[in-house]
Design a protein around this ligand. Structure first.
Ligand SMILES: NC(=O)c1ccc[n+]([C@@H]2O[C@H](COP(=O)([O-])OP(=O)(O)OC[C@H]3O[C@@H](n4cnc5c(N)ncnc54)[C@H](O)[C@@H]3O)[C@@H](O)[C@H]2O)c1
Length: 467
């Protein structure tokens, strides 16, 4: 009897330890990892990359479909910008934008059109500082890489890269050439997002522990307008969140991703595909049985500092447009969508006395009254918005945020300042495209999100826009 007790005494802890060890190894094994290419010897990161000031920024635009011409127009409203080249596959797209320049009394730009490789002449031009890319998704990264190799800075529409090879190629090329590679993520500059970022940086919402973002936008009116049907083709061939950057960008900025925290892993769940195959059947008579992209894709991300992010994608259901944008902090909550009023709920001790003075019992169980919301929005208006809001609203582009994005890009280039968004932001926000597809194809298995800075994620202390 004594012997049995002794054996139990010795064996049980061993067994517990064995189970615990296996579980922890298994939980590590359960995370799917993708290869992280070693940084070549002598190459360093481009965190806070600074280059010589460029007082007059000469821009070449590639891709002049629905999105590109608006960008050209916005740039004509910024001092110290010259539009020197216009490029598109389609001749009339180039001619139309050039005649708009002429109508404004500006010099005509050099024209490039005719095929999908003509852009190579543009990135090789000697008189260009910045290449601005608004083509279909398939051409973003290849043009970006070549532009940097040809000595240009590059700004690329969202999503700037569609797979991990493209992401790593953009990172490596930016690190090798010391050229800026910025993704044109406009949604971080919307007025509520900028104000909220400022509130977060002033500690008003406490520590941000959870964020949500989305791209929920029925694209039925647009599907037939994209050049060569590129967008439907990509959705048809790929499961996963294929357009994550509008939702993820503002949340990552509020959470200081790669400026003190990092995205660790994600899991993704999707629905079956109904809406887009039905659209193809009804509008084009196509019977598509193998449509990959589900109607609704949800992705959960876990961060190194113990925070969570939910990102959703849906381009087919009958829902109001929504980028979600919700931040949950230890002292408050910011909410933009899907309601029409963007607002806050704050713990009673989080609101300034001056702003709360006419209200009793303000607390986070309900949203703040409208006058309190308006006062908060005014008090915490982001300095960038304060500087440029009026002009941004007048020039426009999604209500002004597109102009603020272009203005900030040029402002920083002209002064030799680090850009607001670097190539690692691009990588983190785009990597959901390939990584959610891996998760979904493996029964929603967790997939590691690489540290795209390759060791530098904790070097910077928070996000700061250069002034
Ligand atoms: N940030 C935003 O809010 C926002 C909004 C809309 C679109 N976008 C992005 O802008 C990009 C363009 O979208 P769009 O709606 O204008 O699409 P689009 O199909 O209307 O335009 C794409 C244009 O690129 C041209 N093109 C394609 N390949 C080319 C090549 N190799 N060389 C030169 N030109 C080429 C096509 O001829 C076409 O005119 C996409 O990446 C999209 O995701 C962003």
């Amino acid at each position: 009897m004594k012997m049995r007790r002794l054996l139990l005494f010795l064996l049980v802890p061993l067994l517990v330890c064995a189970v615990a060890c296996t579980t922890s190894t298994q939980s590590q094994d359960r995370v799917i990892k993708t290869p992280v290419p070693q940084r070549p010897a002598g190459q360093t990161d481009v965190l806070q990359l600074k280059v010589d000031p460029i007082p007059v920024v000469r821009i070449a635009f590639i891709g002049l479909g629905m999105r590109g011409p608006g960008a050209v127009n916005r740039m004509t409203n910024i001092e110290g910008v010259e539009i020197v080249a216009l490029c598109d596959v389609i001749e009339k797209n180039v001619k139309k934008v050039n005649s708009q320049l002429e109508a404004k009394g500006l010099p005509k730009a050099q024209e490039f059109f005719g095929d999908t490789a003509v852009w190579r002449k543009v990135t090789a031009l000697p008189n260009v500082d910045l290449v601005y890319v608004a083509t279909d998704w398939a051409h973003h990264a290849v043009i970006g890489v070549q532009a940097m190799k040809d000595g240009k800075h590059v700004a690329i529409e969202v999503p700037a890269a569609m797979n991990l090879d493209e992401i790593w190629a953009l990172i490596n090329t930016s690190e090798q050439t010391r050229k800026h590679c910025m993704q044109l993520e406009n949604c971080v500059y919307d007025f509520f997002e900028l104000t909220t970022l400022n509130m977060v940086q002033h500690g008003l919402l406490g520590e941000i522990i959870h964020g949500e973002g989305a791209y929920i936008h029925g694209l039925q009116p647009y599907w037939d307008s994209y050049w060569d049907d590129w967008r439907m083709k990509f959705n048809r061939e790929h499961r996963g969140d294929v357009y994550p950057t509008h939702g993820l960008g503002p949340v990552c900025q509020a959470m200081n991703i790669h400026r003190g925290d990092k995205l660790n892993y994600l899991v993704s769940v999707d629905t079956k595909a109904i809406g887009n195959p039905a659209f193809l059947k009804e509008k084009r008579g196509e019977d598509v049985k193998d449509f990959r992209n589900g109607d609704h894709t949800s992705t959960l991300i876990s961060t190194e500092k113990g925070k969570s992010i939910l990102i959703e994608h849906n381009v087919t259901s009958p829902r109001p447009y929504s980028r979600m944008y919700q931040l949950t902090g230890t002292k408050g909550f910011a909410n933009k969508y899907p309601t029409s009023v963007s607002t806050y709920a704050l713990a009673s001790d989080a609101i300034d006395e001056e702003i709360a003075k006419d209200h009793e019992n303000l607390n986070a169980h309900s949203f703040v009254p409208k006058d309190v919301r308006d006062a908060l929005m005014e008090k915490y208006k982001h300095p960038i918005a304060r500087d440029i809001e009026e002009k941004a609203k007048q020039v426009g582009g999604h209500g002004g945020m597109d102009f603020i994005m272009d203005y900030r890009l040029i402002y920083c280039l002209q002064r030799g300042l680090p850009l607001d968004m670097d190539v690692y932001d691009l990588a983190e926000w785009c990597c959901l495209i390939p990584l959610t597809e891996i998760s979904l194809d493996n029964n929603s298995a967790p997939v590691e999100i690489p540290d795209f800075t390759r060791g530098g994620w904790n070097k910077l202390d928070g996000l700061k826009f250069a002034q």
